[in-house]
Design a protein around this ligand. Structure first.
Ligand SMILES: [Zn+2]
Length: 472
């Protein structure tokens, strides 16, 4: 629950100008949704054949912060994510383990959702499974056929990229270059090696669905456009994902949707998160530097781990290391200690904290508005802490600061306010003890400490000040 302080703070800011770096134009552009304040956003979800790795955590935490910030600014965001539950990898894993591929898909979907919960990802409105959209997928492929963009071979249906002149506009490569770079196709029936699959005809023992081209399953790219056409229509505001998806995945999405609807742009803004590297190398199973979210969360508490990604710019490649996460952990501890200290502030002097809060929010938002510059925005929070640490705070000051931190944390989702749940009766005892100590009245201070103890609380005198804690 947000405190009263936040409501007053909300009046402070109503400028909704945000700039986003658009991969399509390679420019920072003013974010202007197609329809008023409503933003339809789609981010590519996981292929559920194994535990998700830490590169996924980076992308999904960073989009979670981005969406939370868009909502904080007053945009009505509908955040849709797909779950790829039919794919070569899932079938392969099923065969390896002698299991039904659908059993594998459901198991790892569950694990994925559990990871997302641990990471505090709360912004997603809907998960859409590919297999729940087989009808719209078939319909879209039919349209592509009717309009002359698709053809059938003995193993499936393909999109003919020569028919779509804009192919390459997202990855900024001319069509000829793309065709040059393509590997020779195993399938000699393909008109061009770069033509991509829309429908794959079923081999023996594969999960399959009926279609005008016989039993089979969708290709890699078509589920996204069938899902978004169903949920959003042929055009929408924002599409996100890891930068490894720009080509061929997102490029092919544009081809599918713009070819079938005849409308462009299919998506107004494309946002891509930069790579996560380990020891300067791209994470991969063959290099042996592959780490799952599950493994990382055994090492780090969820909020520290989330903050690691929330405090990095989404377009800056990140080199994962224990030292880097440790540094972030210390930073977060500083914030949490400050919150605890402020909570029991009891000085006499009233400072002009509101002004400092307003100024800090301005700086925080200025940086977030600039293509979600999370590191700079967070630096403003540390500047605030440094400034406040020099002051003696009144109780009202403390409350205003907590309200401010709750507001910032509605975007970041990393701070700890639990101590706020300390009942006021306990809070009063803690304050009396603190006052007594300041007067060097040790007898009263000890009495208050004992009273707290009988009620199940104790005071931890940290280097940054006293903190009320529950006896566990
Ligand atoms: Zn996708």
């Amino acid at each position: 629950m947000l405190s009263k302080n936040i409501k007053t703070l909300n009046k402070h800011h109503n400028d909704m100008s945000i700039k986003v770096f658009n991969t399509l134009t390679r420019k920072k552009e003013l974010l202007k949704p197609l329809n008023g304040n409503n933003i339809n956003l789609f981010v590519c979800g996981p292929t559920v054949y194994d535990f998700s790795h830490i590169g996924h955590a980076k992308t999904y935490v960073q989009f979670d912060v981005i969406v939370r910030y868009l909502r904080y600014k007053g945009f009505e965001v509908f955040y849709l994510q797909n779950i790829t539950d039919i794919d070569d990898k899932i079938i392969k894993r099923g065969n390896e383990q002698g299991k039904n591929p659908m059993t594998i898909a459901r198991k790892f979907e569950k694990e994925y959702l559990s990871d997302m919960k641990e990471l505090g990802i709360t912004s997603i409105d809907k998960y859409a499974r590919a297999t729940d959209y087989i009808k719209p997928i078939i319909k879209q492929i039919k349209t592509l056929f009717d309009k002359g963009f698709a053809y059938e071979t003995s193993d499936g249906v393909y999109f003919e990229i020569d028919k779509f002149k804009d192919y390459g506009k997202l990855c900024h490569q001319p069509l000829d270059k793309i065709k040059e770079g393509a590997r020779v196709s195993v399938n000699k029936e393909k008109k061009n090696p770069s033509d991509f699959s829309l429908w794959k005809k079923a081999k023996i023992n594969e999960p399959s669905w009926d279609s005008p081209w016989g039993k089979g399953r969708p290709g890699w790219h078509i589920e996204d456009t069938a899902i978004t056409e169903t949920e959003f229509g042929p055009q929408y505001d924002l599409h996100g994902g890891g930068s490894d998806l720009i080509f061929p995945h997102h490029e092919s999405e544009i081809a599918q949707m713009e070819a079938s609807s005849g409308k462009k742009p299919f998506v107004k803004y494309w946002m891509h998160t930069a790579f996560l590297n380990i020891k300067k190398e791209k994470m991969s199973k063959s290099v042996g530097n592959f780490t799952t979210i599950r493994e990382a969360l055994r090492k780090w508490d969820e909020k520290t781990y989330r903050f690691y990604y929330a405090s990095t710019h989404y377009r800056t490649p990140l080199d994962y290391s224990n030292e880097a996460v440790n540094k972030v952990k210390q930073g977060l501890e500083r914030i949490n200690e400050f919150i605890r200290k402020v909570k029991i502030a009891n000085g006499k002097k009233k400072n002009e904290i509101e002004k400092l809060i307003g100024e800090t929010l301005d700086v925080f938002e200025k940086h977030m508005d600039n293509d979600f510059d999370m590191p700079q925005a967070i630096a403003s929070v540390y500047d605030f802490i440094r400034a406040v640490n020099k002051l003696e705070l009144s109780k009202q000051n403390g409350k205003a600061i907590i309200g401010f931190f709750e507001k910032i944390d509605s975007v970041l989702g990393v701070m700890t306010f639990e101590d706020l749940e300390v009942p006021s009766e306990i809070q009063i005892l803690a304050e009396k003890r603190q006052k007594a100590r300041e007067k060097k009245d040790w007898a009263t201070a000890d009495k208050m400490r004992d009273k707290l103890k009988t009620k199940g609380y104790y005071i931890d005198d940290t280097s940054k000040g006293p903190v009320v804690k529950k006896i566990s």
